[in-house]
Design a protein around this ligand. Sequence first.
Ligand code: PLP
Length: 482
Amino acid sequence: MYYTSTRGAPAKRPFLDILLEGLAPDGGLYVPDHYPRFTPAELDFMRGMGYRDLAFTILSRFCDDIPPEDLRDLIDKTYTAEVYGFGRADSDFTQITPIRRLSGEGEDVFILELSNGPTLAFKDMAMQLLGNLFEYALDKTGRDINILGATSGDTGSAAEYALRGKHHVQVFMLSPVNGMTRFQQAQMYSLPDANIHNIAIRGVFDQCQDIVKAASNDLAFKAKYRLGAVNSINWTRVVAQSVYYFKAYFAVTQNNGQKVSFAVPSGNFGNAYAGHLARQMGLPIAQIIAATNENDVLDECFRTGIYRPRKETHHTSSPSMDISKASNFERFAYDLCGRDAAKLARLWQAVDSGGAVDLKAEGLFEKLAELGFAAGRSDHAARISTIRRVWEGSAVMIDPHTADGLNAALPCKQAGVPLVCLETALPAKFEDAIVEALGRQPERPSLLANLEDLPQRLTTLDAEAEAVKALIAVQVGDRTPG
Ligand SMILES: *Cc1c(COP(=O)(O)O)cnc(C)c1O
């Protein structure tokens, strides 16, 4: 399997080559040169598999440059009940991604529990594997890498918990002072590992991101300090996320003649694209419903055909979806264009320069529905009332992002087609919204009961790229003799 850029850079690169990379050199995103497809007989066989076998069956098609026994080991040590065992007390952690019926929402409405990993958000599903793959690849080559990132919550903590204590990797994670919930701060800042550096910036999230960009655009600095990224355009994250669509499908159907729809709380569109990928591999998916909050770029696109990234981002009570440019949408648009890289590159030139793409004018709009995509939008009031309704009707506490997913998907639910809403975070991370909805504190996994009491480690800096670069230089310099 080889990877090419959505914008057509001709190089064909194997998986291990693109593992540590962000954007392709031409500014596009890496995509596989074809989608492997499972036959009906193979799908029948996969129905009986546990999570690790399923992950191996799927991922081995995408990274055939890793010896199968090595990939097995990496998967076996990632997807365990210990790593994914932080969720609700009555969850079956041996399933890795247990499925839970919401009895008050109808016969066949489910949530797929993806947030039982160490940071209580679905990003752990792929990031934990990415951490192990990074260490494997860096051990092989003896190279070091320094991950520089900015976070407003879930990505930073997922990256830190995936890379803590790993050889050859240091993590420098910028977050806005007071920009995260107390729980999220405690999660990140309490990590004792020497290779994790939390940097609180006196500013807002956008300033953190600007600093990351400034440091990465300084090519001499980037090369000298071997900067890398683990952001959501990383291909490995996307492909690892396709596995749980299979797991959920088999859990709610009796045979492969049935179809299932998925509700996906969306921001950068990585999770929704992973569903698309599962369908391209042959999984019988009816609809994939991308849910947005008040930042509704994707909802607008699926309704009107106009993809128009915004300049401003609203701060909402489902903050992990506060995104006004859905980076992974480019991968999906590449398929809409019939994998015509020249066409995609032309359309995305407009996006990159602050403009919009009109899918109708390009004759691509019908394909959206053909591919089974729909979208919907939720706002604060709807989010709060859904959290309350599900608590009262199904005795399940859901977080604000999962509530957005249900809000978008329930109106388009088809009779007889089970609906699985991906649970992208646990309510414990978002106390304020839960208290507003239910008048009580969210349930907290017992393993994390005293999180806020642990000692915290962080450095606070002004919002200046030079200050951050100086800190990296000192830390990396300290550890790299010569
Ligand atoms: C990251 C995140 C999302 C958005 O996922 P994308 O793959 O970026 O679309 C939704 N909900 C939560 C809780 C998240 O952390």
